[in-house]
Design a protein around this ligand. Structure first.
Ligand SMILES: Cc1cc2nc3c(=O)[nH]c(=O)nc-3n(C[C@H](O)[C@H](O)[C@H](O)COP(=O)(O)O)c2cc1C
Length: 223
């Protein structure tokens, strides 16, 4: 059985475009693979805590040397990492806020990218001492922005700190393949936005079918 981890990061519960795309993806996936398990993590509703100095000290203390208090400090992070580790597919529904990711999603990233759990750290490896521990996951990013042109060649290509950031950290989440759907023009609310939204809905459905199929037949996915 495949496990999917759905992360929602929009502070809006009503009229959220990213939640709508996430619902579309989830509905379509369930049509293809009704028996798969879903872990639903609403980061806007329950934002993970920001990191603290005791958290960092606990994370960098070898597990066998941690005090009971340090284990307690890392308990919430452990739960989030356990969810991540269980997942074969991550569905990340994420708005652009101030050209990057909402702080709730950033707090999740900070809690799960952790030495000894999701990456190893060895200075003996020269310039690249960080190595991911997990691999093979698919990540689907369903995003929305008020402005437009954030694709690499677009008029705001150099202002996008959301997708490039996720692309950079994805290795430490164990993600091998990342798929992106974007809705744009939300603040304009014009025909360009309507077209962008209907294309994103179609892409979300298509992607759900394609990734579900690839999971079913991994050899086909590797071709
Ligand atoms: C706090 C906040 C910050 C935002 N910052 C940006 C931004 O930097 N660039 C942009 O294009 N849109 C920005 N937007 C617009 C959102 O990306 C857009 O409304 C998106 O559809 C929100 O996702 P949602 O519909 O799932 O809530 C911002 C919206 C909010 C509420």
């Amino acid at each position: 059985m495949t496990t999917l981890l759905r992360l929602d990061a929009s502070a809006r519960r009503s009229r959220s475009l990213t939640r709508t795309l996430g619902d579309t993806f989830e509905r379509e996936w369930r049509k293809h693979r009704p028996d798969d398990a879903w872990i639903i993590r609403d980061l806007a509703e329950q934002p993970p805590a920001h990191l603290t100095e005791p958290w960092i000290a606990a994370a960098f203390t070898p597990v066998e040397a941690r005090t009971p208090e340090q284990h307690q400090i890392l308990a919430a992070s452990d739960d989030l990492i356990d969810e991540l580790a269980a997942a074969d597919v991550l569905v990340v529904n994420v708005p652009m806020y101030n050209y990057g990711m909402p702080s709730a999603l950033k707090a999740w990233v900070d809690n799960v990218v952790r030495v000894g759990r999701t990456f190893s750290f060895d200075l003996g490896r020269g310039d690249f001492p960080l190595r991911p521990i997990m691999s093979g996951k698919q990540m689907v990013v369903l995003s929305s922005s008020g402005e437009f042109g954030f694709e690499p060649t677009g008029i705001r290509g150099d202002m996008d700190q959301l997708i490039p950031h996720l692309r950079t950290v994805k290795h430490y989440l164990g993600v091998s393949d990342m798929h992106v759907v974007r809705v744009e023009y939300q603040e304009f609310g014009d025909t360009r936005h309507k077209q962008s939204m209907s294309e994103a809905i179609a892409s979300s459905k298509r992607l759900a079918g394609a990734v579900a199929q690839a999971i079913t037949t991994p050899a086909a996915a590797a071709e």
